[in-house]
Design a protein. Structure first.
Length: 398
């Protein structure tokens, strides 16, 4: 009996040991298979190719960390990746479990996004333009994160724009970018029309500070949103390569600011963009190869800015209204032109958002359709009454 008991005990420990050994081997092999899977997902992105260096698995936290993700455009610039992310953390959002939702969160650490403009071809006859358009980037993210994403954060991000085809070359950027999007899947079960929150801040070339505050409903096919944007204190001479390349002007001094409010309700957009430049001075761009027409153009720009700036505040500004259906956004020219005069000769625009656009103030497509139907009903009703009155008059005359 004792021998049988000892044998059973040994068998039990052998089984437990074998299971433990399988789990250890599986744990050791898991990063290999996950790395292979991630590289497969990257290879399936149309027009791009990429790879990662390694994957760290954190089973207790329910997470895995992708290291050194780089994505290049096929036949594009081999030196500048479109996406370069040293660390991507994908995990279960434990705080959402208290709300009864099993959802995930994604954190990008030190990500770099590189856009390249220009349509000229390089020495190999290839166009290095890379803008990320024509690709649904949500698909690879969803494949990498098996759970629905409810929280997304960007830490110390950077966005660069290059154009190697212009003279001078253009190189502008946003750095120290931090973005946080929460409740994207409405895991908190809020009944608000805009349950998701997005906040972002960054520093631009010229030490400009950008802040964005937005509430959204991303669960709709066309997301509803209410957005406030401030882009303040940009030293304009720091952007001279950009101005010389695209506008053919040289800015000696000036500070640029941009303010915007925007709301979208059921595909209907309402808002404005308000650019303001203060203490601006345009000077001649000294270049032996510069064409005389460019010199004339710079003179015209400098004269126009000088004449139509608000002399009291030394401010050149306008306000561009945005309204209409997303498929047909209207940006009327005359209101923008009038606002230049208004800022210069009537009253200078304030250096902040106007607080004139709200989500509740935007009529949705449904509301517009109801109003149209109600208008048609009223017209039909009036026509019927007119016909009855006309019939009464005819009968009375007989």
């Amino acid at each position: 009996m004792k021998k049988k008991a000892v044998k059973k005990s040994r068998t039990k420990w052998y089984i437990l040991g074998s299971i433990l050994l399988v789990l250890v081997v599986a744990r050791l092999m898991l990063p290999y298979f996950v790395t292979k899977y991630v590289n497969k997902v990257l290879s399936e992105i149309p027009g791009y190719w990429g790879s990662i260096s390694d994957v760290d698995i954190h089973l207790i936290r329910g997470a895995y960390l992708i290291q050194d993700l780089k994505l290049f455009k096929v036949d594009g610039n081999k030196r500048v990746p479109f996406i370069d992310i040293p660390g991507t953390d994908l995990s279960v959002e434990w705080s959402a479990l208290f709300d009864g939702a099993l959802v995930g969160e994604v954190i990008f650490v030190d990500p770099k996004l590189n856009f390249i403009g220009g349509d000229k071809k390089n020495a190999a006859g290839q166009t290095e333009n890379q803008s990320g358009e024509n690709v649904d980037w949500t698909k690879p993210i969803k494949k990498l994160m098996p759970l629905q994403i409810n929280r997304l954060e960007v830490i110390r991000g950077s966005v660069f724009f290059y154009d190697f085809t212009t003279k001078p070359n253009v190189d502008i950027s946003l750095t120290q970018l931090h973005a946080l999007a929460t409740n994207l899947n409405n895991a908190e079960r809020q009944k608000k029309p805009l349950p998701s929150s997005v906040k972002m801040s960054a520093i631009s070339v010229g030490n400009g500070k950008i802040t964005l505050d937005m509430n959204m409903n991303v669960l709709k096919e066309i997301p509803d949103l209410d957005m406030n944007l401030k882009f303040e204190g940009i030293d304009m001479p720091a952007l001279n390569d950009f101005f010389k390349a695209y506008a053919y002007v040289d800015i000696e001094r000036g500070t640029f600011n941009l303010f915007s409010e925007m709301a979208i309700n059921d595909g209907i957009i309402q808002g404005y963009v308000k650019p303001l430049a203060q203490d601006i001075k345009v000077v001649s761009w000294k270049d032996d190869k510069q064409k005389p027409l460019n010199l004339i153009w710079q003179g015209i720009v400098g004269f126009f800015v000088e004449v139509f700036e608000n002399q009291k505040k030394d401010q050149f500004a306008t306000k561009v209204p945005l309204q209409g259906d997303l498929n047909n956004i209207k940006t009327s020219t005359w209101p923008s032109v009038w606002n230049i005069f208004r800022n210069a000769f009537v009253k200078a625009f304030e250096m902040t958002t106007d607080n004139t656009v709200t989500f509740s103030g935007v009529k949705s497509n449904t509301t517009v359709d109801k109003e149209k139907k109600e208008t048609k009903r009223e017209k039909r009703k009036r026509r019927r009454e007119q016909r009855k009155e006309a019939a009464k008059i005819d009968n009375a005359s007989k």
